[in-house]
Design a protein. Structure first.
Length: 85
């Protein structure tokens, strides 16, 4: 699927630049550069993974921070209630 998409993009690019458009030339061009296309897609997936992991870490950190602030408020409150009763 990725290979076919790259061939179609090459065909459209050649057509927009006014060059001669052929499946054969586009296929040869993409086949010669298949590893750079695969590497670019892997890089994009790694960037998305890093973004998701960082969002998860920030969310967990904020959750723990919120729980910590809540406990700082609730523990003295519970102690005060126990002392009053």
């Amino acid at each position: 699927m990725m290979y076919a998409n790259a061939v179609i993009i090459k065909l459209l690019d050649d057509a927009n630049k006014g060059k001669e458009v052929s499946w054969r030339s586009a296929n040869i061009y993409v086949w010669q550069r298949k590893w750079s296309i695969i590497g670019l897609n892997i890089l994009i997936y790694l960037m998305l993974l890093a973004a998701m992991v960082s969002l998860i870490l920030v969310t967990v950190l904020l959750a723990f921070l919120t729980i910590g602030i809540g406990l700082i408020i609730l523990i003295p409150l519970f102690i005060a209630i126990v002392v009053i009763m």
